[in-house]
Write a new protein. Sequence first.
Length: 70
Amino acid sequence: MPVGLLGAYTYWENGELNVEASLLIAAGLFLGVWGGARLAQHLPTPVLQPLFAVFIMVVALGLWIEAGSA
């Protein structure tokens, strides 16, 4: 979090910070991390590991498709 704040401060100093968007992103990250951590505590490992593997594959596929269109 301190790194994000330092980055936001630098953008703010240069007049390039969209405060509303930054607050919405911060709120989304907070809720996502909080909810994900709570969910992970209630899922058994044999369920959580394959879900995480699918998530990683979806992210990799998205990056691969994006790289191909560049």
